[in-house]
Write a protein that binds this ligand. Structure first.
Ligand SMILES: Cc1ncc(COP(=O)(O)O)c(C=O)c1O
Length: 392
């Protein structure tokens, strides 16, 4: 495999719910959640059964032919998307869902310019990468797609100033995931909605990380009562199989004419069967409500750690999308937690990111907190002894 992933020295062979096991049968509490894919937990029984059943029936079917599982999935999807977002394009990844949104905005408005946010992450294919902010991802691949520009985040006036007669759309994540779990300020998303309506510009939300119940609402935007014109989805929607989804208002999606956008694997029966099971499980097991409750418990515990450890600067997030900003690089903390059976993500240099499955139990959260507590304490003591002071 290409040497592009920062490998951890762990070989994972099995997963169930919020637990993973490595090749030596060591158990881990999974707060990485496969970078936000494993929202239902690993190998959810309903998803496993649906994949088994479908694999005997039909695996691939090009979207130029109708398919029962694809139409079932689309119906289930549109039943849960915010009102008005009722036409979907199915692809294979988050980046592809963003590519589709960018093309759609240009096609629908006949204008080229997309305004994205500094600090944003939208994926690494050329269009999505052009909207992604971090120069470590962009620098080696210039020139990127033209007419995609960035403005400071969370600042309505900067967006207003940036809009020109060439602007097709504003693209942003409701909560910036890779950018450090950054919450939008009060009134900002509503303000953007009003601004877009006033200027005739499309509002695109990249909900690749914030949807599927993660934040305690089905879609992140529902926390602020704001509906975009186009929404990008991916990660958990097929229960762990690869999927990307771009949903839009019908009049916007119908701007695409035959052949103007497609992909060979769009809406494959196997993926759609898993997707049906995933949506059924999300709804029937009340996982969104569970995420709100469990997320509050998790955040309370992290805040208790903040009260105890000076090296924690801030705890942020909503539902089970949580970030802990430290006063230094998080790399060592992540390695030490993994050694003790807790997998945590980073989000930039100094933020620990928690994207656990929605089915994580209180006992599993308690284990993650106890391990993090011990690791932070050791780190504080080590730093204190290096500088010749006491930790607390
Ligand atoms: C907000 C957001 N958009 C887009 C992407 C890209 O998704 P993928 O890696 O599936 O291409 C990600 C991936 O983490 C993401 O967090």
């Amino acid at each position: 495999m290409a040497n592009v992933f920062a490998k951890r020295q762990i070989v994972i062979t099995k997963g169930k719910g919020a637990l993973l096991w490595d090749i030596k049968s060591k158990e881990y509490v999974d707060c990485m959640g496969a970078y936000g894919v494993a929202l239902l937990g690993h190998c959810h029984p309903r998803v496993v059964a649906a994949i088994h059943a479908q694999v005997e029936q039909l695996i691939s079917c090009h979207a130029s032919l109708y398919n029962d599982k694809r139409s079932e999935f689309l119906q289930k999807l549109i039943a849960i998307t915010p009102e008005g977002l009722n036409k979907a394009f199915l692809s294979n990844s988050g980046a592809e869902s963003v590519e589709c949104a960018i093309k759609l905005a240009r096609k629908y408005t006949g204008k080229p310019e997309i305004i994205a946010m500094m600090g944003a992450f939208h994926g690494k294919t050329m269009g999505a990468l052009s909207a992604t902010w971090d120069k470590k991802y962009r620098e080696s691949f210039m020139p990127l797609v033209p007419e995609i520009k960035h403005v400071p985040p969370d600042n309505l006036e900067k967006v207003r100033e940036a809009i020109t007669e060439k602007t097709a759309a504003i693209l942003l994540e409701p909560i910036r995931g890779e950018g450090g779990i950054r919450m939008p300020p009060e009134g900002y998303l509503k303000g953007l909605r009003q601004l877009c309506d006033e200027k005739g510009v499309l509002l695109i939300f990249d909900e690749v990380q914030t949807s599927f119940g993660r934040t305690g609402k089905l879609f992140g935007c529902e926390n602020w009562g704001v509906t975009p014109d186009v929404m990008c989805l991916a990660k958990p929607f097929a229960g762990g199989l690869p999927i990307g989804i771009t949903v839009a208002k019908e009049n916007i999606m119908s701007a695409f004419k035959l052949g103007e956008h497609s992909t060979t694997f769009s809406g494959s029966p196997l993926v759609c069967a898993a997707g049906c099971a995933a949506i059924d499980s999300l709804v029937s097991e009340n996982l969104t409500e569970k995420a709100a409750k469990t997320g509050k418990y998790f955040k309370d515990q992290l805040e208790a750690l903040q009260a105890k450890h000076k090296i924690i600067k801030e705890v942020r997030g909503l539902g089970l999308m949580l970030g802990v900003e430290l006063r230094f690089d998080v790399f060592n903390i992540i390695v030490k937690c993994a050694e003790r059976g807790v997998l945590i993500l980073d989000s930039g240099r100094n933020v620990l990111r928690f994207l656990p499955p929605l089915v994580i139990t209180q006992a599993q959260i308690d284990k993650a907190i106890a391990v993090l507590d011990a690791v932070l304490e050791e780190e504080e003591n080590a730093r204190a002894s290096q500088s010749g002071t006491t930790a607390n």
